[in-house]
Design a binder for this molecule. Sequence first.
Ligand SMILES: Nc1ncnc2c1ncn2[C@@H]1O[C@H](COP(=O)(O)OP(=O)(O)O)[C@@H](O)[C@H]1O
Ligand SMILES: [Mg+2]
Length: 264
Amino acid sequence: MRIISVINAKGGCGKSTIAMSLAAGLGLRGRKVLLVDMDPQAQITLWLNAGDGLSIPGSLLSAFLGRQTLREVIQKTALPGVSFVASTDALEEFGRRVTEDSDYATLFARLLLDPGTPTFDFAVIDSPNQISPIMENAVFATDLFVVPFESTKSVRSYANFFKLVLKLRPEEDHVTLHVLSNLSRQPGLRTEVLQVMNSHGIWPARTEVRSCGWLARVDEHGGSIFRYRPHSHGAEDMAALTDEVLSFFQPVKKAPKASERPAK
Ligand SMILES: Nc1ncnc2c1ncn2[C@@H]1O[C@H](COP(=O)(O)OP(=O)(O)O)[C@@H](O)[C@H]1O
Ligand SMILES: [Mg+2]
């Protein structure tokens, strides 16, 4: 299983929108996907109508607390190929207490590795809006970070997130896609964001998620931009993002051994 976190310590930059559409896109590409709401604001939980964002039973927190297994809190969704784990607002309070446990940052990774947890091709995590022990759980488990930028502030908050990555994953290469999000209707701001990114040596991903009113309303229609408005900019960009993400996980073709090469 490969873990993708849509992450940035800044609210309103498009994390939940991207996480939900990326999961839907991977599902449509035939992958088995576990979408995980790790944000106490429970945005995707509400968008998917998969919980009230307040109850602990059936949520990720219930599994964190050991009251239920991860398997028991995984729900089916209307999105093809996509299963879901709901969030609850009490996750925030739990995050404040959990640091008493020395290996708290590995809690989520351990749940995924539990032999009773079903296997998936991808887990897509929607992360909280602030640096927190819950965010550390996402960072610890992640293979690929998708970081949306919709303002110069979101570029600056990236520094704090990056420090966290270096703290928790000091020896590893980090694959990160820095995605311009919801900026196409503000060309001046878009240029400014690109300039700030450039001055910090941050390169934008090939895919940009342009501003698209349908993306802002996709929750009203079951959560899939691909089904709701398949010909919109939003669907086009989320499909391109899905393909860009998948390109990082294509199996590398090995060069044939000398003995396997055709004779000249
Ligand atoms: N590409 C986009 N075009 C138009 N609206 C967007 C786009 N991305 C996000 N939004 C809207 O912006 C707001 C914040 O997005 P959201 O995904 O909730 O951000 P975050 O999870 O980072 O807080 C939401 O109302 C969402 O519908
Ligand atoms: Mg969100």
